[in-house]
Design a protein around this ligand. Structure first.
Ligand SMILES: Cc1ncc(COP(=O)(O)O)c(C=O)c1O
Length: 378
C-alpha cells in the first residue's frame, strides 16, 4: 500500500538523539537554542521558541495575549480539534465561522458576520498547509481591533509573497507532530516579531521564570518546554527542510496539474502568490454521483492509501455537542454547539479524500495514483 503517512527520518536524526542521550543533557538546552535560531531564520521571524507541541503553542499564545474568560475567538470548524480546544483551555469561547469551498480556509464574509463586541481574536488555520488570505484577515482584524493568532501547525514552508505564514498575526504556532512536514515526534514552536510578547511567552512556557532561571516566578506559568532529544531531531530536520519541502512541492505541483483535468473533483485552491506547504493533498468530490467512502475504498483496493480527515467538524465532536464534562462549563456560558451549522465546512468534511503526499513517493507511484484516480472518475 502506498502510505498516506511515512515519516522521513534518517541516520542523521538517530545519531543526533544518541548524542544528546550520551551527553546526559536531556532537558531543553543547547539543541533547543540551535533549533530556535534555525527556525527563526527559516520562518523569517525575529523570534522563535521551542514548545512541547502545537497545542501548547496555541494555548501559550492565547494566555500571553490575555485572551481569557468570556472573550470570543473566531475560528474554523474544519481543522484538528486542538485549534478550538486551546480557545476553551484559556476560558474563551470558540465561535465557528464557515469556510470557503475552494480554499477550505475561513470565509472572510463569514468572519465578519461573527464579530460581536465580545470578539477578541481570530484564529485562522492554514488548513493542509494552504495559506489563508492573511492580508484580508489582517485588514478585518486591524479595522476591528482584534488579535490574530495563526495556527500554522500544518504550514511548514507555506508562504504568501515570500513571507512565511505565522508572521502576519501576533503569533504563529507550529506543530512538529510525527506526521507533519518537519517532525520531532511531538514538538512545537511559536514565532513572533514582537519582542515583549516573546519575552512573556518564553517566561510563561518555563513556569513564569526569568531567562536566568532560578526559583522566582513572575507569571503563573506552564511547563511547555521541549526535550533536547526532540530539539536535536528538529535541528537535523531544519538542515533537511529544503530537501523535504522541495520533494513535497514537486509532488503537490504534479497532482495539481494532473488532477485539475478531472471534472468530478476540485483541488484545494491556492490563492495567487501563495505557496502551499503541501502537507496534505485532499481533493473534493463535486459530483454527487460519487461518495467519499467509495473513492477511499477504491483507492485502497488499488493499494493507494487514502482516508478522510476531519469528517467530523470541531463543533460536531461529541465533547462539543455536550460540553457538560468540560470543567469550565460550570462557570462559563457557552453557545449550544449542537445548533451551530457551517454548511460549506460540512460539505467539505463529507466529500474530500486524502491521497499520499509523503516524501518516499517515486515518480512512478505519483503517476500511478493519478492514473488510478483518472480511471475512477472517467
Ligand atoms: C491544525 C492543527 N492545529 C493544532 C494541532 C496540534 O498540534 P500538536 O499535535 O503538536 O499538539 C495540529 C496537529 O497535530 C493541527 O493539525
Amino acid at each position: 500500500m502506498i502510505p498516506v503517512v511515512d515519516v522521513d527520518i534518517r541516520e542523521l536524526e538517530m545519531k543526533a538523539v544518541q548524542d544528546v542521550v550520551k551527553s546526559k543533557y536531556l532537558v531543553e538546552g543547547p539543541n533547543a537554542r540551535a533549533f530556535e535560531e534555525k527556525f527563526a531564520k527559516f520562518s523569517g521571524a525575529k523570534f522563535a521558541s521551542t514548545i512541547v507541541n502545537g497545542t501548547c503553542a496555541l494555548h501559550l499564545a492565547m494566555v500571553a495575549l490575555d485572551i481569557g474568560p468570556n472573550d470570543e475567538v473566531i475560528t474554523t470548524p474544519y481543522t484538528f480539534v486542538a485549534s478550538s480546544n486551546t480557545i476553551l483551555f484559556s476560558g474563551a469561547i470558540p465561535v465557528f465561522a464557515d469556510i470557503d469551498r475552494e480554499t477550505y480556509n475561513l470565509d472572510l464574509e463569514k468572519i465578519e458576520e461573527k464579530i460581536t463586541e465580545k470578539t477578541k481574536a481570530i484564529m485562522p488555520v492554514h488548513i493542509f498547509g494552504n495559506p489563508c488570505d492573511m492580508k484580508a484577515i489582517m485588514d478585518i482584524a486591524e479595522d476591528r481591533n482584534l488579535i490574530v493568532i495563526e495556527d500554522c501547525a500544518q504550514g511548514h514552508g507555506a508562504k504568501i509573497d515570500d513571507t512565511h505564514v505565522g508572521n502576519f498575526g501576533s503569533v504563529g504556532c507550529f506543530s512538529f507532530y510525527g506526521t507533519k512536514n518537519l517532525v520531532g515526534g511531538e514538538g512545537g514552536a511559536v514565532i513572533t516579531n514582537d519582542e515583549d510578547l516573546f519575552e512573556k511567552m518564553i517566561s510563561i512556557k518555563n513556569h513564569g521564570r526569568s531567562p536566568a532561571g532560578g526559583y522566582a516566578h513572575y507569571y503563573v506559568g506552564f511547563n511547555y518546554r521541549m526535550t533536547d532529544m526532540t530539539a536535536a531531531i528538529m535541528n537535523v530536520q531544519m538542515d533537511r527542510a529544503k530537501e523535504i519541502l522541495s520533494k513535497r512541492h514537486y509532488t503537490g505541483d504534479k497532482y495539481r496539474k494532473a488532477l485539475s483535468e478531472l471534472e468530478d473533483i476540485d483541488i484545494q485552491k491556492v490563492l495567487p502568490g501563495h505557496q502551499h506547504s503541501d502537507y496534505i493533498m485532499a481533493p473534493l468530490i463535486i459530483n454527487e454521483k460519487f461518495s467519499q467512502n467509495e473513492v477511499i475504498e477504491y483507492l485502497k483496493s488499488k493499494n493507494v492509501g487514502s482516508r478522510s480527515i476531519y469528517s467530523k467538524l470541531s463543533y460536531q465532536q461529541p465533547c462539543y455537542q455536550d460540553l457538560s464534562s468540560w470543567h469550565l462549563s460550570k462557570v462559563i456560558e457557552y453557545p449550544d454547539y449542537s445548533k451551530v451549522k457551517c454548511s460549506t465546512a460540512e460539505y467539505v468534511a463529507q466529500n474530500h479524500f486524502e491521497i499520499p503526499m509523503v516524501t518516499s513517493l517515486t515518480d512512478e507511484s505519483i503517476n500511478y495514483i493519478i492514473d488510478v484516480l483518472g480511471e475512477f472518475f472517467k
